[in-house]
Design a protein. Structure first.
Ligand code: CP
Length: 314
């Protein structure tokens, strides 16, 4: 029997996951994608606490919970909560922790998920906290890359767009340091990767370089990871200036490697022209579909000491 090293844990930041835990998540995702197990969350109540808008993360977590036989409580914004009467986030989550077996939280405040994890013994999953972390998205990205390229080591990835504020990029970079991955960082100067992440990449020996255009990198990479400009974190003038930069069109893909896949955590605004959707390179909707399987794996691992297929894996 393989030890489940995720049982009872929190998933707050990818920084807190080691290689063997990540491999366990990938293997569990593959197993659940190949063989659905509808009773893994039977009798469990999962609280889905979304204080910020979400389509994919919330609904894929709900689908994952229901497919594993669990029950959902929660909300998709704070309009109907007693927070509107002045109740604090701390008190609100303290109460919900007594109703549910596991808490999922998305909040605009950086560190909100950590605050909740520190107040309860129930497992907590960070579904995005401000510009800080979005660990489950990073795991979806990793699984999708592994699935479409059949490997992780030796790949070249371009990370494109808003490298400053994108929490999916920040979470994903932490995971990249665990593999032999070459990075091409493509962003306008004002949205370049923050210094602390550059220092992390240097410290971990990750090869990376900075670029201003997609044309510079498109022939060199196996994965083109596009992100939107985080409009909610910029003013109108900045948004207008930046939205037309780094738009991926079919023409730019003319010299792409045959195995290239384009990923995007979504939502897309205007950074990928819709004509790209019909090319063999587009893989972002498959990536979003994988969100259900990866989140099934996380819920199953956090809430089950043992899983049926663990004894079968190597
Ligand atoms: N990728 C992602 O987090 O999408 P949502 O904001 O729709 O959940």
């Amino acid at each position: 029997m393989i030890e489940n090293r995720l049982y009872g844990r929190d998933i707050i930041s990818t920084r807190e996951l080691d290689l063997s835990q990540i491999e366990q998540i990938l293997q569990t995702t593959s197993a659940l994608k190949a063989q659905p197990l509808p009773d893994l969350l039977k009798g469990k109540i999962i609280a889905h606490c979304f204080f910020e808008p979400s389509t994919r993360t919330r609904l894929s977590f709900e689908t994952a919970t229901l497919r594993l036989g669990g029950n959902v409580i929660g909300f998709s914004n704070d309009e109907s909560l007693s927070i509107k009467k002045g109740e604090t986030l701390y008190d609100t989550m303290q109460v919900i922790a007594n109703y549910a077996d596991l808490l999922i939280i998305r909040h605009r405040q950086e560190g909100a998920a950590r605050l909740v994890a520190d107040m309860t013994t129930k497992p907590v999953i960070n579904a995005g906290d401000g510009a800080n972390q979005h660990p489950t998205q990073a795991l979806v990205d990793l699984f999708t890359i592994y699935e479409c390229q059949n490997r992780l080591d030796g790949l070249a990835l371009a990370l494109v767009g808003d490298l400053k504020y994108s929490r999916t990029i920040h979470s994903f970079l932490e995971i990249c340091t665990l593999y032999d991955i070459r990075l091409f960082l493509v962003a306008p100067d004002v949205l370049t990767l923050p210094e602390n992440f550059c220092n992390l990449l240097k410290k971990k020996g990750v090869r990376f370089s900075f670029h201003q255009s997609l044309e510079e990198v498109v022939q060199k990479v196996d994965i083109l990871y596009m992100t939107r400009i985080q409009q909610e974190r910029l003013n109108e003038a900045e948004n207008k200036k930046l939205e037309k930069q780094l738009v991926l069109t079919q023409a730019i893909l003319a010299n792409a490697k045959p195995n290239l896949k384009i990923l995007h955590p979504l939502p897309r605004i205007s950074e990928i022209d819709i004509s790209v959707d019909h090319t063999p390179f587009a893989h972002y909707f498959e990536q979003a579909a994988n969100g259900v399987y990866v989140r099934q794996a996380l819920l199953a691992l956090l809430l089950n000491k043992e899983l049926p297929f663990m004894s079968q894996s190597s």
